[in-house]
Design a protein around this ligand. Structure first.
Ligand code: MRU
Length: 348
């Protein structure tokens, strides 16, 4: 099993995703600000993995707080939560995990005034979020696996696998693993996913490790491959799903969804309930992260564009709900009209 992020006695341990697939290196983060920096710098990335890491970072930082009163601890805790919230804006799992930790602090404070006990309860909550993420991806993998026919070739964009979650199954790749574990023969086409190359570097790496057949294409090949009839289904992850089913995911996902409609290929979104943001009525309200120009102009230290050129680097786009055939969650599969079905699933 790929261990994306782990709680240890020494700190939070992560695989450094910037170095994959060339180097499999683990880093030990010993303070909350190291965890926050790791999220910002994409040592760890992928919506659920960001949420789990932030929860662990909050638990770690609070554990190291020196104040002796509950009020002091609360102050430090609130500050750490704010630092985590400022790391990346689009994936709602980050804010969901912070809310979970805030609620856990509230419950702990109502139970005890012992600072050490409160710290332990926060560690317990962060570990629970980790365990729940693994379990929910297994569940959505089972639901989603049923939608994929035996012998199918599935196209995916970015990395929504073990590396994008607490580990193990992943979301979009969880659906593929769910189908495989149900005895189906599945092949995957992985979009390279410029500019950060999560598809070619991460998805191909983890599928190859899992002996699932995978072929990489560059992003601009997707239309051609679909027109040739080589894609039976598309499954992607999500960073935030609005109440109407509009879905923010890695930049380029929208382009794939439009092509899927043109070629009558089902386009599925796979995400745990923690990715659904009922507070937003539509995808227009989802904040889109703009990242550093260097991600576009360089690959590692190799320059690809002229010095000083203008660059636009939005990290995500929003796919309108009418292009989404189904949203596969850990509580079941939602179909149109999402405004009703997503609410029902969450309440179930
Ligand atoms: O910028 P990233 O690598 O964090 O973006 C990741 C994605 O867009 C994933 O598809 C999404 O978070 C779903 S991960 C299960």
């Amino acid at each position: 099993m790929i261990k994306t992020v782990e709680w240890t006695d020494e700190g939070v341990r992560m695989i450094d995703q910037r170095l994959l697939p060339v180097e499999e290196k683990y880093v030990m983060l010993r303070s909350y600000d190291e965890v926050a920096e790791a999220i910002k710098e994409m040592v760890v990335r992928g919506a659920p993995a960001i949420g789990v890491s932030a929860a662990m970072g909050i638990a770690l930082g609070t554990q190291q707080a020196v104040g002796t009163s509950v009020d002091d601890l609360q102050q430090d805790f609130d500050y750490i939560c704010d630092v985590m919230a400022a790391t990346r804006p689009t994936a709602v799992n980050l804010f969901w995990a912070i809310e979970r930790m805030r609620a856990a602090f509230g419950r702990a404070k109502a139970e005890t005034q012992d600072v050490e006990e409160i710290k332990q309860l926060l560690v317990k909550e962060a570990r629970k979020i980790f365990d729940e993420d693994i379990a929910s991806n297994r569940a959505l993998g089972r639901f989603g696996g049923e939608l994929i026919p035996d012998g199918a070739t599935v196209l995916t964009h970015c990395n929504a696998g073990a590396l994008a979650t607490a580990g193990d199954y992943g979301t979009a790749l969880g659906v593929i693993r769910g189908a495989r574990d149900a005895g189906k023969r599945i092949a995957v086409i992985a979009d390279e996913t410029r500019p950060f190359l999560q598809g070619s570097r991460l998805t191909a790496w983890e599928l190859a490790k899992d002996s699932i057949p995978v072929t990489i294409i560059t992003d601009n090949m997707a239309g051609h491959i679909m027109k040739q009839g080589k894609v039976d289904a598309i499954v992607v992850g999500a960073d935030r799903i609005a109440a109407n089913g509009d879905t923010a995911n890695k930049i380029g996902t929208y382009m794939v969804a439009v092509l899927a409609r043109e070629h009558r290929i089902p386009f599925y979104v796979a995400a745990p309930i923690s990715t659904i943001d009922l507070k937003l009525s539509s995808g227009d309200q989802i904040p889109i992260e703009e990242r550093n120009a260097r991600e576009v102009t360089h690959i590692r230290n190799q320059q690809l564009a002229p010095d000083g050129v203008e660059v636009h680097n939005p990290a995500f786009d929003v796919t309108p709900n009418e292009l989404v055939a189904a949203i596969i969650t850990d509580k079941g599969v939602a179909r149109q009209p999402y405004t009703e079905t997503l609410r029902k699933l969450i309440a179930s």
